[in-house]
Design a protein around this ligand. Structure first.
Ligand SMILES: NC(=O)c1ccc[n+]([C@@H]2O[C@H](COP(=O)([O-])OP(=O)(O)OC[C@H]3O[C@@H](n4cnc5c(N)ncnc54)[C@H](O)[C@@H]3O)[C@@H](O)[C@H]2O)c1
Length: 337
């Protein structure tokens, strides 16, 4: 039986943790084994062979070590490690070092070790809709040019260009997935500008107050602010699909795919919250308009054309916000959110 050896960087992060479980459950990835790396010690999944490595991946030596474990050269790399939006805006040099320099070193290593594998290594890179900025069409399509207006989007776009060029030259088999904003993110509130998009659901369902920085009351027209979102479940299914798309199905000139999502306004979220958690949950949402936060979120594209990613076999959430909020409620009851 064939064996898949998969390297996940950023494996101790939220999506990295979910991804290894999804790959184990994926019938198309038989006999999977993992090399899991992060600056924080990653957790080894149960019942599969795995090597865990705690390392800062901003230097060549620790990156070389990922290709020299007892599991040999990985056939697929999920390159997920990174400094998130607010982090790379606040610490520009760290953002460049991790979101650009470290990705370049990873690509060079995949290029160097690739010839020892049976085929060019598949390199799945997670990007973001933060690559977009400036004037945008009503609906973003694969033809829309990305002109980021922040350090995070700039770093992601720079690395995307490298992944594309390394793929064009046949050094790797790259796949770039631009993620929507994922709701509902579990855990504690983060400092990200988009944090409230999860926060207005997560905290109230746990019986805790949440501050919505958009609008000053439940009747405020500002609540019509739209965002482009996807559930964690669908996003992880799409991470798995990213390695299965045949290379020749991508557009000739780019390996970029904007993962499918849907448009949800703050009001859509609050209506779903009330349906699932009742008025008592809704009453836990407090409002204090933050014009800076509102301006940043308003600059992100809220509508994309899903035709191309769906043609590649990627998945989209059905039924809007309510099933997502319901699932999160179940996760809380199960003690996993
Ligand atoms: N979660 C989202 O809504 C979202 C949206 C768009 C894009 N993304 C992208 O998806 C990927 C995963 O996101 P996430 O939500 O799991 O993020 P996360 O912050 O939970 O995980 C990122 C991981 O990278 C690790 N890391 C940071 N610097 C490192 C270094 N120098 N060496 C080794 N590891 C390092 C961190 O320790 C962390 O575990 C990221 O690339 C992110 O940019 C996420």
């Amino acid at each position: 039986m064939t064996t898949s050896t998969i390297l996940i960087t950023g494996a101790a992060g939220w999506l990295g943790g979910l991804l290894s479980d999804a790959l184990i459950a994926d019938a198309r990835t038989p006999n999977v084994r993992f090399i899991l790396a992060d600056i924080v010690e990653p957790k080894a999944p149960k019942n599969v062979e795995a090597v865990t490595i705690k390392a800062d991946l901003t230097a060549k030596d620790p990156i070389d070590a990922l290709f020299n474990t007892k599991l040999g050269i990985p056939d697929t790399i999920y390159c997920l490690h990174g400094i998130m939006s607010r982090g790379s805006e606040d610490n520009f040099d760290l953002g460049l070092k991790v979101n650009v320099d470290s990705i370049r070193l990873m690509l060079q290593a995949a290029r160097e070790y690739g010839p020892k594998a049976d085929a060019p290594i598949k390199f799945v890179f997670t990007s973001s809709l933060a690559v977009y900025g400036g004037p945008l069409p009503h609906v973003v399509t694969p033809d829309t040019i990305a002109t980021p207006e922040g350090a995070y989007g700039m770093g992601k776009l720079t690395s995307e260009l490298l992944v594309n060029e390394f793929s064009r030259r046949g050094f790797i088999d790259g796949r770039i997935i631009r993620l929507p904003t994922i709701v509902v993110r579990p855990g504690v509130p983060s400092a990200a500008t988009s944090a409230f998009i999860s926060g207005v659901i997560r905290e109230p369902l746990k019986g805790i107050e949440s501050l919505c920085p958009i609008g000053n009351s439940i009747d405020d027209p500002a609540l019509e602010l739209p965002s482009w979102v996807a559930s964690p479940e669908t996003t992880i299914k799409n991470f798995v699909q990213a390695m299965h798309v045949p290379g020749d199905k991508f557009l000739k000139h780019t390996r970029v795919v904007c993962l499918p999502g849907f448009t949800a306004t703050v009001r859509d979220e609050l209506e779903a919250l009330e349906k699932v958690g009742g008025k008592k949950a809704l009453d836990l949402v407090k409002f204090k308009d933050d014009p800076i936060n509102r301006r940043i979120v308003s600059s992100w594209p809220p509508r994309f054309d899903n035709t191309y990613p769906l043609s590649l076999g990627f998945h989209v959430d059905e039924g809007g916000m309510e099933p997502i909020v319901r699932q999160f409620q179940k996760d809380i009851e199960a003690g996993i959110a």
